[in-house]
Write a protein that binds this ligand. Structure first.
Ligand code: FAD
Ligand code: NAD
Length: 480
């Protein structure tokens, strides 16, 4: 699959590397990291062979460039010469070659519609397609089904009308100072975290999730606004504070723009975007609450303005080392949320088991807060938190305080590289550790196990959970 990456690392045996079952990555040659690619694009070398000229590319022309040393690919109507990029592509040359001489938009979107290929490949831009390729047209039709922008009823197309009477519509009215948009739907339980509203310059956007569909309304306010609906929408957020949580993990607080409403649903992540020496780099992160303890909690107001992140800084990490250099007041772009965790999993839940490793703890933060305050049926919550050393444990004292305060919560720390003073549990995730930890308190109770951490940890954990007879419905694993 076409996979323009946001990273060239991890190293082959790194925990960050997607293992079997996930997206395959190939080891890159020395000197072919993402940073090396960025350097090459800045070197002034002619990467397209066109000496900076942009041309109109016909379909016939595109088809001719289908070899490794002469490979053009079209993404969303723009044609790139990706031959110089081949050796830098973490998905490998073969993956890129699948789209050689053709429209790779669909392949690209299957893998990473959030990756900033425009920025990453800007020096490889050959030009625009002369005629819209049919695949691109198909892509847009496909998109309409997912992001079927709400239209007043009269404008609803046949296909959309067929989708049934519950299809939402909207209306708006305006005073001198206020524009009110009313969305009409039959769904009763819409809450604030299913609505995202952004207002930037002259553009107004509202995204809302109704049933399992995402609807987008986008209005140019005073004059026409051209917007690319593909990919994720980003808004610039300001760094408000940065606080050490462990020796390498920090709590970042970002403030949303004044006219944005966005609440990231439990279990979902966003993408953060930063420019690293002129190239936009994007990585996923899972927002957390400001704290686990009620007295420190940020006010959960409808106009909640802050997003918190617990982020581990890797000294040689491309994104995190750049993030760590930001000063208070600097800006980071934040995407709309994504993820497939469903809050309905908590309905009537009696026992909740959380298995977290390292920063895989991040999705568990909101889950813990929500589970302990909003699920009346819940009898027991158990967190098993895997780390290398005691110093790596995120929010240890908060977790201990919370477990002391709420007797339904048990927390166990497991260390893979403890000092000799550690007298708690040791080792990696294993059948012995899990079978003891996951004993159900009640027969036939409604149970959910959530697991998140490095890919090998999560994959191994899910296998062990199946061996212990947990059903698919009872397991939620967090992955990209
Ligand atoms: P990378 O550049 O990708 O490096 C990753 C690893 O490779 C590091 O160990 C680094 O030391 C090593 N490396 C870098 N350069 C070299 C080199 N030259 N040689 C050898 N090794 C090298 N992380 C969080 O901290 N908090 C979160 O909330 C969070 N949420 C996530 C949610 C999802 C859905 C996913 C998939 C991941 C999440 N992550 C989270 C991980 C995050 O997306 C990044 O992968 C992580 O921050 C590392 O990014 P980086 O660019 O700094 O590191
Ligand atoms: P780490 O290197 O500090 O390791 C923490 C623990 O994970 C270790 O003590 C060990 O018990 C376990 N572990 C590590 N490698 C393992 C392996 N190969 N097999 C079995 N167990 C292993 O972890 P970290 O640096 O904090 O990394 C956290 C990981 O969690 C990252 O890969 C990050 O991408 C991922 N993450 C994913 C999501 C998500 O998918 N939603 C969210 C947050 C973090």
């Amino acid at each position: 699959m076409l996979n323009v990456p946001s990273q060239s690392f991890p190293a082959p045996r790194s925990q960050q590397r997607v293992a079997s079952g996930g997206r395959s990555k190939v080891p890159l040659k020395q000197g072919r990291s993402l940073m090396d690619w960025i350097r090459l694009t800045k070197s002034g070398k002619d990467l397209t062979g066109l000496k900076g000229r942009l041309i109109e590319v016909t379909e016939e022309e595109l088809k001719k460039h289908n070899k490794k040393d002469d490979c053009w690919i079209c993404i969303r109507g723009f044609v790139y010469n990706v031959s110089p990029y081949m050796e830098y592509h973490p998905g490998g040359e073969d993956e890129l070659m699948r789209a050689a001489g053709s429209d790779g938009t669909e392949l690209f979107d299957q893998v990473h519609r959030w990756v900033n290929y425009e920025s990453m490949l800007k020096e490889c831009l050959v030009g625009r397609m002369a005629i819209k390729p049919t695949v691109l047209k198909d892509y847009r039709e496909e998109e309409k089904k997912v992001l079927n922008g709400m239209l007043p009823k009269s404008q609803v197309t046949d296909t959309l009308a067929k989708e049934g009477p519950s299809y939402p519509s909207y209306d708006w009215f305006q005073t001198d100072s206020l524009v009110t948009i009313a969305i009409y739907t039959k769904q009763k339980d819409i809450n604030l975290d299913s609505i995202i509203v952004d207002h930037q310059n002259d553009s107004f956007r509202a995204e809302t999730i109704i049933k399992d569909c995402l609807y987008l309304i986008h209005i140019g306010l005073s004059h026409e606004v051209q917007e690319d609906f593909s990919g994720l929408y980003y808004r610039k957020c300001q760094l408000i504070s940065k606080e050490d949580v462990t020796h390498d993990t920090r709590l970042f607080c970002l403030m949303l723009p004044p006219s944005t409403h966005l609440q990231v649903p439990i279990g979902q992540h966003v993408y953060l975007k930063l420019s690293v020496t002129g190239t936009e780099i994007v990585k996923p992160y899972t927002p957390v609450s400001g704290s686990l303890l009620a007295e420190f909690k940020e006010p959960v107001l409808p106009n909640n303005k802050y997003i918190y992140f617990l982020i581990k800084i890797y000294p040689t990490g491309l994104f995190t080392s750049e993030l760590d250099r930001l000063q208070i007041g600097d800006f980071v772009s934040v995407s709309s949320p994504e993820g497939n965790f469903k809050i309905s999993k908590f309905q009537e839940l009696e026992e909740l088991f959380l298995l977290a490793a390292g920063t895989g703890f991040t999705p568990m933060v909101k889950i813990l807060n929500y589970a302990l305050t909003d699920i009346p049926s819940l009898r027991k919550v158990k967190l098993m938190f895997f780390n290398k050393t005691e110093d790596d444990i995120i929010w240890r004292s908060q977790l201990e305080k919370l477990a002391f305060k709420d007797k339904r919560l048990d927390v166990e720390f497991v260390l893979s590289a403890p000092t000799s003073e550690w007298n708690g549990k040791q080792g990696h995730i294993s059948p012995a550790l899990l079978s003891e930890f996951l004993k159900r308190n009640l027969d036939k109770s409604k149970v959910l196990v959530c697991i998140c951490g490095p890919v090998p940890f999560t994959e191994q954990g899910v296998r062990l959970l199946h061996d212990l007879n947990f059903s698919k419905n009872e397991i939620h694993s967090f992955t990209a």
